[in-house]
Design a protein around this ligand. Structure first.
Ligand code: CA
Length: 241
């Protein structure tokens, strides 16, 4: 049993055989599972139930999965959503992310892969809520970052509101301050693997963080790139140069 302790999952899938196969496998992995067979029933259950994750088919009677997810997001419900779809065009993938989905799996898929992704999403969600060791604030080089509110004050006194991704990248580095954190590890923690195919995505975020938190972003003293491997956060660099 590998399920995240006590996690409750709603499966919205109109193909009954597939729905029961998914349910059985999730239950074997230790999750508590409920199933809806059409979009409107799924929406009603999602509104009422305190689920930790929704596995959501796209093509559904009543209401399609994209609309269902958008409706939940408009109501400010932040439950993670894993889309299942028969189509696999890049447009669909983007549509799913725009609708507020967290990950995307194309049919037919191996149930083992579904279980891996479910586990990854739930671990990430748990990790998002935990403050890093050392507390909910991070200080280095005159910068102060609050992981609870995503507010930051830079070394130059400027105030910044970080996006969740920016804050979580800093958190991933802060948890292992002084050590190299691999790009792949950051991708897994912050995005979940395979949601963004390129590690260049992280490079762009790092550049933005340096502009805010490094007096000289071209010669960083805190947020270092370790070529070919990843990044390292140095909280208190030695005054050697
Ligand atoms: Ca369907």
């Amino acid at each position: 049993m590998n399920g995240i302790e006590g996690a409750r999952i709603l499966v919205v899938e109109d193909e009954r055989h597939l729905a029961s196969g998914i349910r059985e496998n999730l239950e074997l992995d230790g999750y508590a599972v409920e199933v809806a067979h059409d979009g409107l029933e799924g929406l009603a259950m999602a509104r009422d139930g305190a689920y930790d994750l929704i596995v959501l088919d796209v093509m559904l009677p009543g209401m399609d999965g994209f609309t269902l997810c958008e409706t939940l997001r408009e109501e400010d419900r932040r439950v993670p959503v894993l889309f299942l779809t028969a189509r696999s065009t890049p447009e669909d993938r983007i549509r799913g992310l725009e609708a507020g989905g967290d990950d995307y799996l194309t049919k037919p898929f191996h149930l083992r892969e579904l279980l891996l992704r479910v586990g990854a999403i739930l671990r990430r969600r748990t990790w998002y809520r935990e403050p890093p060791p050392g507390g909910a604030t991070l200080e280095f080089g005159g910068n102060r970052i609050d992981f609870g509110s995503y507010q930051a004050r830079g070394w130059d006194g400027r105030e910044h509101t970080l996006t969740q991704k920016e804050a979580m990248i800093l958190k991933a580095l802060a948890e292992r301050a002084g050590e190299v954190v691999a790009r792949e590890e950051i991708l897994e923690k912050v995005w979940g693997y395979d949601v963004f195919p390129s590690t260049r995505t992280i490079d762009n975020f790092i550049v933005r963080l340096r502009r805010r938190f490094e007096p000289d972003p071209e010669s960083p003293r805190h947020i270092h790139t370790v070529r070919g491997v990843g990044y390292r956060l140095t909280l208190a660099p030695e005054e050697t140069r």
